[in-house]
Ligand binder design. Sequence first.
Ligand code: GTP
Ligand code: SPV
Ligand code: MN
Length: 608
Amino acid sequence: MNKMNLKIEDWTQNHHLIQWVQDMAQLCQPKDIHLCDGSEKEYNQIAEELVAKKKAIRLNPKKRPNSYYFHSHPDDVARVEESTFICSKSQEDAGPTNNWKNPDEMKKHLLTLFQGCMQGRTMYVIPFSMGPIGSDKSHIGVQISDSGYVVMNMKLMTRMGAQVLKELRNGFFIPCMHSVGVPLKEGVEDSLWPCNPEKRIIVHFPEERNIWSFGSGYGGNALLGKKCFALRIASVLARDNGWLAEHMLILKITNPKNESKYFAAAFPSACGKTNLALLQSHFKDWKIECVGDDIAWMKFGSDGRLYAINPEAGMFGVAPGISMKTTPNALRTIEKNTIFTNVALTADHDVWWEGLTDTPPSQLTDWKGNAFDPNSKSTAAHPNARFTVSISQCPIVDPAYDDPEGVPISAIIFGGRRESTVPLVFESFNWEHGTFLGTSVSSEMTAAQKGKVGKLRHDPFAMLPFCGYNMGNYFSHWIHIGRSADPEKLPRIFYANWFQKDEKGSFIWPGFQENIRVLQWIFERLDGKDNCVKTPIGNLPEIDSLNTEGLDLTKEELQKLLEVDLGQWLEETQELEEYYKKFEPKLPKEIKEELESLKARLQKLCVS
Ligand code: GTP
Ligand code: SPV
Ligand code: MN
């Protein structure tokens, strides 16, 4: 048996866990096994080891206390959707939007890949809870990984360590198997960011409820509690048990009368969730607090309302674009105790990225570790450079982020990155229409996934890369959730788009902090204020019901932001009709009917 820092039997009586760890050690042949207790001491030790091996740089403690800098292999910088698989027993259950392979064949392939893959490395065993420990809304996972970087990130991103095993006892957990996929031969020096892009693969077995990830050390590919567990596997758990696992931020908004509501919002990757969740209100009597910035699990409470928890305990946020002007609360969150990956490094060992200041400081090292030439076309930070930080450090964190009951959701907002067509904000007519809006989300692609930045693609519910089963059935699940609830108690559904551009290609809406104005409009709608005009696509703000005081926005610009162009929308419906064919025969009839009604409403206005 391999050397262990603790005796596993002293640590847990969970026979499945003990057996699994032993089996995986036998398969991967690590040099030793480290059972993670989740302590500060352990975190610091692993960090120091990585610094000693030059894999990490300790940032200047005067500028960025207790923080570390990593830069990845240049081919391991984002999620890899083309190498992500849902291996359900039948291909139909994975559906038209997921990669699929026969689970038996895939298992054979994985067993070959993982055979001896941890030679020369430490195998870490990382118990973690998604959601507050002990909440009936939470679920436990155990990740095995040969990456110290992963352990450090999991410590910040989840509730991790010995207390989770105490809670688990003999219960059920999601096994999450991860390796960077590079066995280390004796006497051979390790690379700074070991990974294996040729053999990279991220696999989910939804029926067995487990995850295998090989070859990548980055973000959603490697921190398996996040997209793999909390979305792909959890969406299957949610389907089976009548709840929702969604790619959504959760925020609290309080009005001048000290009344509060919670909103959840789903925007595709790198389309503004973290920035909205950390919004700093510049209206002194309106307050925003943050519960979560990426994932929401929503279950019905005994009062019939939908309650959300944030299953994560940290943020893995996009760094570029963050500044004191755009998102001061993000900068305040990452002042200390933060991990930075693929940002640029300053001469005095602090961090920098595009947007942080107008001009880059001199003597910058870019994300690849080279001296940065400000005249070059490339950026100093990778566009998908990220920070990892505990949410407890956020200056506007809502203490309810740790409430095992979760928070009652009053509004759900969908959105995408659209240069044209989609107005700044509108409201659906009811849950089914809102569900239709969710199915219709499309967005210009970003650097959060490997692929062509800027290309428009459909991303229903911002879940395209994250739904662990047939997307057509997922649409039905949403309809079903609506049917099973009291309509008066369901959240109202809205759609927002911060990203409309003018002819010169500049954003029309100032966005960021100014998005508070849209949240205010939504809040007032929920309070019964008659501040909208009915259009074929939904209820839009009356032009003067949106608070634009103090904004540098012309009347024409505002009109453009709130315009419904019938021609563009008819095209949009044709496009959607074509897209929906993909989901047959699973496309719910309610969604088809919504599309038909939208077409009819548009045509009626076109004729009149
Ligand atoms: P993931 O972590 O990938 O799920 O992304 P996210 O949805 O949390 O996106 P995030 O808030 O990190 O924003 C991504 C990018 O969008 C950043 O470059 C931001 O600067 C930019 N962005 C966010 N909000 C706005 C906005 O209101 N207007 C404009 N123009 N850009 C925005
Ligand atoms: C996303 O891509 O939506 C992210 C980043 O939140 S990652 O964790 O890499 O998936
Ligand atoms: Mn995300």
